[in-house]
Design a protein around this ligand. Structure first.
Ligand code: COA
Length: 162
C-alpha cells in the first residue's frame, strides 16, 4: 500500500520504487512501533487488506510528528479522518502538548483533512525537500496545539523578531 501511494508520486515523501531497504525508513518504522516513542494506527478492509496507516513519532518530551496515507481505492470515505482522530486522542491521552506534520503545498485533500481537525498552517519550508528528479519541493508545517493553557514565553509581540 505504501509503495502504491509512493508510486502516485504526488502525496508522500517516499518515492517509487520503495522496495529497496532504507535504514532511515526502517528506523522510523521501528520508532513508531515502540510504545514509549510512538504509535501506529492501521485501517483494514475486512480481515487482511491494509487500506490506511498513520504513524505518530514523539519528537521530544511533549511533541509528536505524524505521517499517514489511505489507499487510493478507499479515499473520501472517512478512513483518514478516523485515523487522525484516533491519533490525536492517543496524543491527548499521552499528555502531549502538540502534534504536527509536513504536507506538500499542492496536497489539497491532506490540508483539508488537517484543517477539518483544527490544524493550522504554521509556516512554509521553502525548497526544503530534494526529489529524485532533482526538484526541490516546499513543505507546509501544520500543527495542532493540544495544550492551550500553559503560559507562553511572556514576551510581547513587539519583542519578537518579524
Ligand atoms: C489525505 C488523505 C489521508 C485523506 O484521507 P481520506 O480517507 O480520503 O479522508 P476522509 O475521507 O476521512 O476525509 C477527511 C476530511 O478531509 C476532507 N477531504 C478529504 N479528501 C478531500 C479532497 N480531495 N478535497 C477536499 N477535502 C477533502 C473531507 O472533507 C473530510 O472532512 P470531514 O471529516 O470534516 O468530512 C488521503 O487523501 C490520502 O491518503 N492521500 C494520499 C497520501 C497523502 O496525501 N498523505 C498525507 C501526506 S501529508
Amino acid at each position: 500500500m505504501y509503495s502504491a501511494v509512493a508510486a502516485e508520486g504526488l502525496w508522500i515523501a517516499a518515492e517509487a520504487p520503495v522496495e529497496q531497504p532504507s535504514q532511515r525508513r526502517e528506523a522510523w518504522c521501528r520508532t513508531a512501533d515502540d510504545e514509549a516513542h510512538g504509535a501506529w494506527f492501521l485501517a483494514h478492509d475486512g480481515d487482511t487488506e491494509l487500506v490506511g496507516y498513520l504513524a505518530v513519532i514523539r519528537g521530544g518530551a511533549e511533541h509528536a510528528d505524524f505521517a499517514m496515507a489511505v489507499a487510493a481505492t478507499h479515499r473520501g470515505r472517512g478512513v483518514g479522518g478516523a485515523l487522525l482522530d484516533a491519533a490525536v486522542a492517543w496524543c491527548r491521552a499521552t499528555a502531549l502538548s502538540k502534534i504536527s506534520c509536513q504536507v506538500w503545498p499542492h496536497n489539497g485533500a491532506a490540508v483539508a483533512l488537517y484543517r477539518s481537525r483544527g490544524f493550522l498552517a504554521e509556516g512554509r519550508l521553502r525548497r526544503h525537500w530534494r526529489r529524485r528528479n532533482g526538484q526541490l519541493w516546499d513543505a507546509i508545517v501544520m500543527g495542532l496545539v493540544l495544550d492551550e493553557h500553559s503560559p507562553g514565553s511572556g514576551l510581547t509581540d513587539a519583542e519578537m523578531i518579524r
